[in-house]
Write a protein that binds this ligand. Structure first.
Ligand SMILES: NC(=O)c1ccc[n+]([C@@H]2O[C@H](COP(=O)([O-])OP(=O)(O)OC[C@H]3O[C@@H](n4cnc5c(N)ncnc54)[C@H](OP(=O)(O)O)[C@@H]3O)[C@@H](O)[C@H]2O)c1
Length: 290
């Protein structure tokens, strides 16, 4: 197997982290694309690009990630999150390439009280969650050479995310109301990017340890959005008070699961990958920002 890796949606949070990390792996050849170079919803463009570049692995970081926007834009959310993964899987099957695809904790309804396992029943409560679940199912229907990684509450120095939003609000306000009844695991996109490269080296490029399938990856530990905001302000030394409020106070277009903590044991055991705690990773992210 060659070691050429095609990354789609590479201008997003996760794609940017892969761009930064790839410099540490000169043995792996990366091709980074985003919608302007390769629109993954266009089957012809995907198959022409794949045929010309012949990657061994495709890492799909592209997605429609506007959770509230998706409620009114169902067609586009489905096109990017459900149909495009099928297009990529079909092109990978044709080219005998492996597909790494990213999914979400929002495939669950949030009624659990213990961390979700990979084979727990899904029941998305938003268009975004349904479209991402459909993407998983489409890939599974095409072939077996995939890893799907569900992650949650992704943040980084780039793009739209809760950490950046809180820093902007905190710099301009002395207090902010944040919901304290939704629980999940904040995940630093750089840690996920590291995990993806680790999986590629340890398993996908190593036929002896080939372990395709569905996995959960988030930083370890969990918290509410209010606790997350409190930690962001503490570590960034921003003087802004967090006022904890219930979700009823912040009606949003899309419903969010009240509890979407994912159990990561399968991934840790299968690949021997250690996962940092969310507080340590947040500290790391904030210090690399300065
Ligand atoms: N963000 C989270 O909190 C979160 C939580 C759980 C799971 N995830 C999943 O993690 C993955 C990475 O998320 P992220 O936060 O890094 O996403 P992101 O920052 O929103 O980046 C997604 C990228 O995909 C691009 N894109 C959109 N449509 C495309 C198309 N048709 N063809 C090619 N590229 C296209 C976007 O371009 P434009 O910006 O121009 O549209 C953007 O650069 C996604 O699968 C997401 O569903 C994210």
């Amino acid at each position: 197997m060659n070691s050429k890796i095609l990354v789609t949606g590479a201008n997003g949070q996760l794609g940017n982290e892969l761009r930064k990390l790839c410099k540490n792996f000169p043995g792996l050849e990366f091709i980074f694309t985003d919608v302007d170079m390769l629109d993954i919803t266009n089957p012809d463009a995907v198959s022409v690009f794949m045929e010309a570049s012949k990657p061994a692995i495709v890492v799909n970081c592209a997605a429609y990630t506007n959770v509230d926007g998706a409620e009114d834009d169902v067609k586009n959310a489905r096109k990017i999150n459900a149909l495009a993964p099928q297009v990529l899987a079909a092109a990978c099957a044709m080219q005998e390439a492996f597909l790494i695809h990213i999914s979400t904790d929002y495939v669950f309804d949030g009624n659990s009280t213990v961390p979700y396992l990979e084979d727990d029943s899904t029941n998305p409560i938003s268009v975004y969650g349904s479209s991402k679940l459909e993407g998983e199912e489409k890939i599974k229907s095409v072939f077996d050479d995939y890893v799907i990684i569900r992650t949650s509450w992704l943040y980084s120095e780039y793009g739209h995310n809760f950490m950046r939003k809180m820093i902007a609000i905190g710099n301009d306000n002395s207090e902010v109301q944040v919901v304290n009844d939704q629980f999940g695991s904040p995940t630093y996109a750089r840690d996920l990017a590291n995990c993806i490269i680790d999986m590629i080296i340890k398993s996908i490029l190593n036929p002896q340890a080939y372990l395709p399938g569905l996995y959960h990856y988030t930083n370890q530990g969990s918290c509410s959005w209010a606790e997350f905001a409190t930690e962001i302000f503490a570590l960034a030394e921003i003087d802004c008070k967090v006022i904890p409020v219930s979700s009823d106070k912040f009606p949003t277009k899309a419903k969010r699961p009240m509890y979407s903590v994912l159990n990561t044991t399968k991934l840790r055991d299968s690949f021997g990958i250690g996962i940092p705690n969310w507080r340590d990773s947040l500290k790391e992210c904030l210090s690399s920002k300065r």
